[in-house]
Design a protein around this ligand. Sequence first.
Ligand code: GDP
Length: 332
Amino acid sequence: MIRRPDTVEALRAGGKAALTRALTAVETETDQQALARFLDAAEGAARARVLGLTGPPGVGKSTLTNALIKAFRARGETVGVIAVDPSSQITGGALLGDRTRLSTDPEDTGVFVRSMAARDRLGGLSDHAIAGVVLMRAVMDRVIVESVGIGQSEADVVHAVDTLALCIQPGSGDSLQFMKAGVMELPDLVAVTKADMGALARRARADVEGALSLSRPAGAGPLPEVLLVSAASGEGLDAFVAACDTHLDAAEADGRCARRRRAQARHWVDDTITRRFGTVGRARCDVERAIAETSGPFAAIAALDADMRARLAAGPRRADGRAEDGGEVFRR
Ligand code: GDP
């Protein structure tokens, strides 16, 4: 078995090879407790700014990701990319492999791209993708999470990023779809892609601004900025990067970013336990306490999982939560 780095320091020192081994460990390591402690250490050592790009297929996310990689690298920043690939649910593996749609320089040690299977055909983020974000976030200066779809995947990716940018294509009527899907409340920024399409792009921006003002509940704060971006011509790219930074500078300054990350970590635990044991099982878990008493969200998941399995194995119980023999079953 390939050994992953033991510590965050080793992960950072080991370059792309160490990151590759750590990502493999997420899928293969048998000692779940040890892996969870390692992931929690990485979670606590976050240093990257994490940008989510989401939107329907063909809107231009990959092209924009490529342009952003170049822009960040030109500033001397290292970049990690996780491309969430819903097609791999059908093919049984990451169809895009090493992501041929992203033309990164293999010699560049400052760029790391990983395509990861989505949780389901709607494109939701898998547990592995969340762990991937956490690992890359501890190593790189920037992380981009690219996810496809309308609806579920947008809702999901918001739980893994600091800034969520929704991508909308001119002339597509996407704003209406997004409104119907209820995802207009999620983005921190909206990028109208293919701005080189001129009047059509400007019209799309007006549509999006209208949809945003209708979708946001009153008192929800300022509307997200809507930017025209062309990855092809470079138009609006610097303004888009600046808008991402402005959003996060403000969120870091007033504590929103830290609160969002804490809420995200809590959500990972909640969501994982609910998927594994249902809402009834989830209701029997004290998620806050599990996080507080362990090294963090990943160890909390491992602890709650072990606890629930032990309870289930203990067999049938009475309505008062005691075992049929009267012993306490739900004791930790
Ligand atoms: P994704 O499926 O959202 O990742 O979209 P892609 O990045 O693969 O782009 C889909 C299509 O749109 C491709 O044919 C791109 O060449 C084209 N495209 C992407 N960005 C731009 C742009 O800024 N301007 C124009 N005119 N076309 C673009």
